[in-house]
Design a protein around this ligand. Sequence first.
Ligand code: URP
Ligand code: ZN
Ligand code: ZN
Length: 459
Amino acid sequence: MSLFIRGGRIITATDDFVGDVLVEGEKIAAVGPALKAPAGVEVVDAAGKYVFPGFIDPHVHIYLPFMGTYAKDTYETASKAALVGGTTTLIEMICPARGDDPLAAFELWLSKGKPSACDYTFHMGVSRFDATTEAAIREIANRGIASLKVFLAYKGAFGISDEELYSTLRLANELGLIVTAHCENETLIAELQKRLLSEGKTGPEWHEPSRPPQVEAEGVHHLMTFAEMTDAHVYCVHTSCREALEAVEAARLRGVRAWVETVIPYLVLDKSYAEKPDFEGAKYVMSPPLRDKCEQPVLWNALRSRLISTVATDHAPFDYAGQKEMGRGDFTKIPNGIPSVEDRVNLLYTHGVCRGRIDLQTFVDAASTQAARLFGLYPRKGTIAAGSDADIVVYDPAYRGKISAKTQQMAVDYSAFEGWPIEGRPSLVTVRGEVQARDGKFVGKLGSGKFLTRAATHH
Ligand code: URP
Ligand code: ZN
Ligand code: ZN
């Protein structure tokens, strides 16, 4: 399929100019200020609109057995949701339980991805380290997985010991893999949870006090020390607060190769949402928790100054009815997660670009380019350039609408952003040259997404 996108304002992490994009087959054939449209090509008028590279969400959960239940989305629903919201590539975490065979888990998650309309790849979760895991990681790396995932939290589930963390980082360093990590001190969480519950503090509003900023910062500091001892390259997922950022900044000054992700819920929501009465706060329980509102300007500043590289979602969709409700009377049993894969780009644009907190280049860099660079997808993904995959978002800044669970594609019974206004949305979204979404509707083909193999780049 050939497409000619005419007269849009083309924005990459470094460029901003009015021009045209010629797509031939799966690739961008040319980009420039005044290209000639070949005869017979479909022309898209992008005047007055932005032309962005397809957005990349480097932290989503779609198939997730977790806290006694399963996340609600499938690749059918999650990829449709991602695409109408402008995200063209998903990086999911493979999350085997401690006793699972890692290679079998890899095959299972690969099979789950088949119906996707987005392109996708995985961070390989390491929930146990032994000879079997080591052999599996070597094989999986050869099959195109360039990043790992470890949890320093979730005692008794995905969490690994310090010995296992050390071995994982050593192996990652040898193979050039980057290790993404959920950083919270699991012992402190378990003790604080016990204490709060014994005091009769059982509602969702007690989730944040059970995992305060110091607990997250301790996890980050811990990871940084291990990275320093092993020379491994590390990436802190869902960073929520100043203390955690300061731990990374200090480590970077010592020479640690560390990068930071935050997620859209922390930029726009705060802990008062988890304090909503009648258990409604459960909709806003995720880990690390939503923080005090005073953390939001810190995160925006860190994004603007590029201490934070990426804005992901940590999309983890659990229904309110029947799933979040499992934690009535005990907040530690509320499945953790806030669904947002559909809304990330529009919320970041509305609350970041439109409010003057970040510029357009930072927006593209944080929501697309940096994820491509860090995870071995650049320049195939993450930019608009001749030779790159034709993953393109034509974005209409004049659109005005509202987020609602009634109209969303995500297979979950609520929206954490119900009724929130949006000041812009994608009017056309392509994945490798195929139009997959138009004006808030999925118009593409399930199963057309590709599993993306990646080369290790973190040597
Ligand atoms: O609350 C969260 N973050 N749920 C998903 C699992 C994880 O920790 O990423
Ligand atoms: Zn996590
Ligand atoms: Zn996660």
